[in-house]
Write a protein that binds this ligand. Structure first.
Ligand code: SF4
Length: 569
């Protein structure tokens, strides 16, 4: 008998990342995880809690974190020792295309009787190709797989064919593929994401395996948590695979579904029981309407949670909204992504607002005491030339001047990489938006991820920028932005110098790799560069340092948490 009913595995982006020589780009610099993309989706926590509530034994293993934290950790031996009836591997983000398949192969090799399941948005998009891999038995489609997964485990445990499990794609014993109806799209989230953080901590303690449950490598040092407000989105950013149109076309969801304001506020309260770290409220609170946003803010105000909140807005917000945010979440952080300084490029990307409106929101946020103001610009947009990218950097300089070098202003620039999302409007209608898609099949993506440099993994070019130009202008833009930040004292001279060094070395390495490829790719020559490539990849990233909020000396509150577990309060 297996020890667990389900083990959820999170793979690294590239399975053997410790052996491969890959120059990562400034792709993951704006998120807490590293280029290994070791953060597992929040859906893991929700699934684990839901199934535990239904009486099943579930374990989460963040394989990527285990492999990163210990260079001697043998993932294959570890996987061989696991015991479960079903192994679920997440493919929420396509950047895990390589790791997912390799981990599935190892699981199948040592546990031929166990079932291997994939789920997540990228898995839902590529389900037809994925089910053809012999290592994969099931693909569960959609953004809400808690209940279908419960039904699937029930059918596996009772040795029945899963023909009644909604959203499931599966292969029977004869090798025939079945696509069950895609009908499970809950319009109410009251039954999921209930106390999922508490369940994670309880599981980590009872299974005595904190490492496997860490959301990302440095989480204990920087325990940022997230609260989901919805599944789906109201917006149609043309580069996004989670847009309203993508959800409608590929994930069956016609309109987003929201958690109630009470659930959102309760999540915040629960998190504050075990963590002093920042809490990111994902999704613009105004999506379901301003009334919803004000209800959430009112509840947060009453709760007096002391953690710093990160609030995102999809477009400039009214002054009153910012004021209410400041009252509910003192020292809040605001994040906004205008994408470009040029309203025409912004409009072509699916966002329609002026710089004047943007600057009003920035000014309001600073006036109402925000602790940090994150403004994000992208490279690789429709109608965006190299010149336009560099003008966005100049616009950052203008903002720094306008707000007198206010140190709370954090400006970021990143390429749209490694992939333009399949499912996004630009991917599905490339000619209309000025894109050329270089890879279409899942297997192409799996191979692309092991390219020697991030430039060769890019799955698109635009009418305005080739892959090479995207890489070139990215380094130039980040270099110039870094100098602005140093000039206005946003980063220390030491950090600025390190960042400059990193960018220059990475650019130089990109050319050396180009050279190796142009001479007829020699894997030996590339391998000899590995120590140097690793050093460049490991150099500190100033954007990451800037993005981190101060969390104080006592980041976690383990005793308080154990007390609440013991007393149920
Ligand atoms: S990028 Fe745009 S479409 Fe995608 S989730 Fe954010 S707001 Fe929605």
């Amino acid at each position: 008998m297996s020890q667990f009913d389900l083990i959820l595995l999170h793979p690294p982006s590239v399975y053997d990342f410790r052996k491969k020589a890959i120059l990562y780009g400034p792709v993951s610099d704006l998120i807490p995880p590293s280029p290994v993309f070791e953060m597992y989706p929040i859906g893991f926590a929700s699934i684990a809690e839901y199934l535990a509530r239904c009486g099943y034994k579930v374990r989460i293993v963040n394989l990527a974190v285990r492999m990163m934290k210990d260079k001697n950790f043998d993932a294959e031996v570890f996987l061989r020792r696991l015991s479960s009836e079903v192994f679920g591997i997440d493919l929420q983000w396509l950047v895990h295309a390589h790791g997912v398949i390799e981990v599935a192969k190892i699981v199948k090799k040592y546990h031929p009787q166990a079932k291997v399941l994939l789920g997540g948005l990228a898995a839902s998009y590529f389900y037809r190709e994925l089910i053809c891999y012999p290592e994969i038995d099931y693909v569960l489609r959609g953004d809400s797989t808690e209940e279908p997964l419960r039904q699937l485990i029930e059918s596996v445990k009772s040795d029945k064919e899963p023909e009644a499990v909604p959203n499931l794609v599966w292969r029977d014993n004869m090798g025939r593929v079945w696509e069950n109806p895609f009908t499970h799209l809950p319009t109410d989230l009251n039954d999921v994401m209930v106390n999922h953080y508490k369940n994670i901590i309880r599981s980590a303690l009872t299974q005595r395996d904190l490492q496997s449950y860490l959301p990302f490598r440095d989480w204990l040092r920087y325990p940022i948590t997230a609260i989901f407000t919805c599944r789906g989105c109201t917006q149609n950013c043309v580069i996004c695979g989670g847009s309203a149109t993508a959800f409608r076309r590929f994930f069956g969801r016609k309109v987003p579904v929201y958690r109630s304001p009470r659930q959102v506020a309760e999540d915040a309260k629960r998190i504050s029981h075990f963590s002093n770290g920042p809490i990111f409220i994902l999704g613009d609170l105004r999506q379901p309407g301003e009334e919803y946003a004000y209800q959430v803010l009112e509840l947060l105000k009453k709760q007096k949670v002391k953690n710093q909140f990160i609030i995102e807005v999809f477009s400039p917000a009214p002054t009153e909204f910012i004021r209410q945010v400041s009252l509910a979440c003192p020292n809040f952080c605001l994040e906004v992504s205008p994408e470009s300084h040029d309203p025409e490029v912004r409009l072509a990307s699916g966002k329609s607002y002026t710089n004047q409106a943007l600057e009003q929101t920035l000014s309001d946020a600073l006036r109402f005491g925000c602790g940090r103001l994150g403004v994000f610009f992208m490279i690789g947009l429709p109608k965006q030339t190299a010149e336009s990218v560099l003008k966005s950097v100049e616009y950052c300089g203008y903002l720094l001047e306008k707000f007198k070098g206010d140190r709370r202003l954090s400006l970021f620039m990143a390429p749209l990489a490694p992939f333009l999302d399949p499912g996004s409007l630009a991917f599905e209608e490339p000619q209309r938006y000025g894109y050329r898609i270089l890879f279409r099949n899942f297997e192409d993506y799996r191979q692309a991820l092991v390219s020697p440099s991030w430039k060769y993994a890019l799955n698109y070019e635009t009418n305005w920028l080739s892959r090479h130009q995207i890489a070139e202008v990215t380094y130039e833009a980040i270099l110039r932005l870094n100098r602005y930040k140093a000039k206005y004292g946003l980063i220390s001279p030491g950090v600025a110098q390190l960042a400059e060094e990193r960018i220059k070395k990475a650019r130089e390495m990109l050319y050396r790799i180009d050279d190796i490829i142009s001479k007829g790719f020699d894997p030996g020559e590339l391998s000899s560069l590995k120590p140097e490539i690793d050093r460049i990849n490991m150099l500190p990233v100033s954007e990451k340092i800037e993005l981190e909020l101060p969390v104080g000396l006592f980041k976690l509150k383990p005793w308080r948490y154990l007390w609440s577990l013991a007393t149920g309060r």
